[in-house]
Write a protein that binds this ligand. Structure first.
Ligand code: UDX
Length: 431
């Protein structure tokens, strides 16, 4: 700990962010109690199991079990706590703004916790939320308790590594002492600390995700133009990314971005702007391009097959990206819905996802291997770039399909090799 004191920390919310934050803070030496309102989740965590798939998280929880506990009881979590981390979800409300009801319920539960030193917001919230929380804390006699915004930039699948080796730790606080306290909590984390005011920190999170989403939508539009002009987007992206001012990250074309953050946060930022009377034109286009990208994939199959009615289509990979079991806002859900609406039969494979028994998944068939999913199919779509798909015996797969149409929505496979096997192979932005 290099001299920084060990703190007692209460983490509210045992989702991706709360679990990773709790486990990593315990790993840094702090005593952490994670509180969640879901009894099954807490029971599972107490028995040493992790309710989500996140590489390295299970080991980290196990290694730190003397310093890390789980509870349903807010008061138990708050007992003796010096710092409270708010890690609850903020899903879109009916108006598209972030729904902060879970945040407020945590803030309300702090009443009487006068021993607290700071409340830290990890949940992604609209700019200005900190001021409202501050006023609520003041009104509850907790004026002496500091408040900080400490947005999370971890990506699923690499969350533990991202937490311990971040590009930056952003701390937005109005008092220096609070900023120092939160900075000290991170002692042992390998990354620069950037301190600013609360509103700016709230904006950093939304702006970062929006810019990442912009890069992807941008390269997806260039990919479409490459298809129309005979250029190869893979060459273009590689060479554009070599410009150090641009960088090669998030220039991978595909059938669109999804997940728990980009769709929700880009919409929340757009609504935040609308609420101030300003229309964010660029971000609106970024979202629109992403919506179109998924629909274009279906249109391209339709162009090839003439019709989708009665066609059997295999979706290979369902999660919003590889290395996770997360299906939130996964492009596969839009593809499955569109295919079913066109009268196609949908067969699926994914190594991790177990989609809930809801539409569109209720009307699809899940298979245990990519080969079984493509058997008898008129077309297959690589939706998520799971590495397992590189290992498929495609020579066998092509002979098992009714029609050898393969749409590689992630440019995972080699076009020449696939065509040599007899596939009608289409991908994103490659001639
Ligand atoms: C993202 C941010 O990266 C992270 O900083 C933030 O805290 C939460 O949101 P995550 O949603 O876990 O993390 O996934 P990420 O790896 O960023 O991918 C998001 C989506 O973009 C995925 O659907 C992925 O397939 C897509 N993507 C990403 C592309 O289509 N092309 C790319 O070049 C990169």
């Amino acid at each position: 700990m290099g001299g920084a004191p060990v703190r007692k920390v209460a983490v509210f919310g045992a989702g991706y962010i709360g679990l990773v934050t709790g486990a990593c803070l315990a790993d840094l030496g702090h005593r952490v109690v994670v509180r969640d309102i879901n009894p099954e989740k807490v029971e599972l965590l107490r028995s040493g199991e992790i309710p989500i798939y996140e590489p390295g998280l299970g080991d980290m929880v196990a290694q730190n079990k003397e310093r890390l506990s789980f509870t349903l009881d807010a008061q138990e979590a708050l007992d003796g706590a010096e710092v409270v981390y708010v890690c609850v979800d903020t899903p879109p409300s009916a108006s598209g703004d972030a729904d902060l009801s879970r945040v407020w319920s945590v803030v309300r539960s702090l009443e009487g916790a006068s021993h607290l030193k700071a409340v830290v917001m990890k949940s992604t919230v609209p700019v200005g939320t900190g001021s409202r929380v501050r006023a609520t804390l003041d009104g509850a006699g907790l004026g002496h308790v500091g408040y900080a915004s400490n947005p999370e930039f971890t990506a699923e699948g690499t969350a533990v590594r991202d937490f311990l080796h971040p590009d930056r730790i952003v701390i937005g606080a109005s008092e220096e002492a609070t900023a120092r306290l939160i900075s000290d909590l991170h002692q042992g984390v390998d990354g620069p600390v950037v301190v600013m005011d609360v509103r700016s920190a709230e904006m950093v999170k939304l702006a970062s995700n929006a810019l990442l989403a912009t890069k992807i939508s941008f390269i997806n539009e260039i990919a479409t133009l490459c298809e129309k002009t005979g250029a190869d987007v893979e060459h273009v992206a590689r060479a554009v990314g070599l410009d150090h001012r641009l960088g090669h990250h998030f220039l991978r074309p595909g059938i669109g971005w999804g997940g728990s953050c980009f769709p929700k946060d880009s919409e929340a930022l757009r609504q935040l702007a609308s609420n101030t009377g300003y229309h964010l034109q660029l971000l609106s286009a970024v979202i629109e391009v992403n919506n179109l990208q998924k629909r274009r994939a279906i249109q391209r199959l339709k162009d090839e097959l003439g019709t989708l009615t009665g066609m059997r289509v295999a979706l290979l990979g369902l999660t919003f990206k590889p290395g996770t079991d997360d299906m939130r806002e996964a492009p596969s859900t839009v593809l499955a819905s569109r295919l079913l609406a066109e009268g196609a039969e949908v067969h699926c494979w994914d190594p991790m996802a177990r989609p809930a028994e809801v539409e569109p998944w209720r009307s699809t068939l899940q298979h245990v291997s990519p080969e079984l999913a493509v058997e008898g199919a008129d077309a297959a779509i690589v939706v998520t770039e799971w590495p397992q798909l590189k290992e498929v015996d495609w020579a066998r797969a092509v002979s098992m399909m009714r029609r050898p149409l393969l749409f590689d929505g992630r440019n995972l496979l080699n076009p020449g090799a696939m065509r040599a096997l007899g596939f009608t192979y289409i991908s994103v932005g490659r001639p």
